[in-house]
Design a protein around this ligand. Sequence first.
Ligand SMILES: [Zn+2]
Length: 305
Amino acid sequence: MPHLITTLGPIGEGELGMILPHEHVFVDLRTWDQPGYGVADADDVVRLMRPEIERARSAGVTAIVEPGAVGVGRRADILLAVSRATGFPLVAPSGVYREPWLPPWVNTSEEADLTSWMMHELNDQIEDTGVQAGWIKVGSTDNGMTPAEAKVLRAASAASIATGATIGSHTIRGEVARAQLDLIEEVGASPERFVWIHAHQEPDIAIHHELGKRGCWIEYDGIGEPGSDARFVDLIQRGLDADLGDCLLLSHDRGWFDPAQPGGGVPKPYTYLSEVFLPLLADAGIDDETIDRLTRHNPFVAFAR
Ligand SMILES: [Zn+2]
């Protein structure tokens, strides 16, 4: 039986309701060499983020997949502290973001060493936190993978084959996502274990559908961006019309505690989908069963192993 591997342990589908597949709790978008990078007191993060987690839970959210990989201040210890304080499960990532956020050790590591590192985190724990990684987050430069980013994706593919873990990539352009899917298939990993993160940023919907038909997940994770509701309703409706309801994922890409801001900044709530957007989907004639599939079943299947 597949389980979502969370900060609070493995959880089966029957114990979960709505899952948000791309929301941040802690991110530092400065690079590794900046003073104070990734530094925060867990208590301060709990104080800022607990109310947002509570609001999400009140709105029906039962788990969040956290995409803050190595390179953007990953702190699995802080994710664990927030989970313990709230009793709310987060799915923590292995993997590393894109250039120029790659720390130097990633550039100098062999592909096989990166695979071993990811497998250790996916099978055992991240650093010495006791947190098992639930998935692998990677990324690509907008116009195409750099050699280092391709090395990371090949390493992630090998770790995915060995563990069953899903790879999600920050990828803005459809042709880049296509090249990533080509690489994944070439090395024998499964398209069903690949999430194209930020797919909505590619204006050519034909590429969304082309890659969805090859079996990968198409993640529309900008829900709640000002003025975007009609476009997202249309994207989802067209995906459903193309019979791709089994590969769509919906999220906001919101949060988070930012160590670069005084007090961690002002987080954006994780509730727009439940409170505003899903009623719009219902008004557009999308039935409850489909909405349940898009917001509960699909994210579980995409990330469970
Ligand atoms: Zn994000």
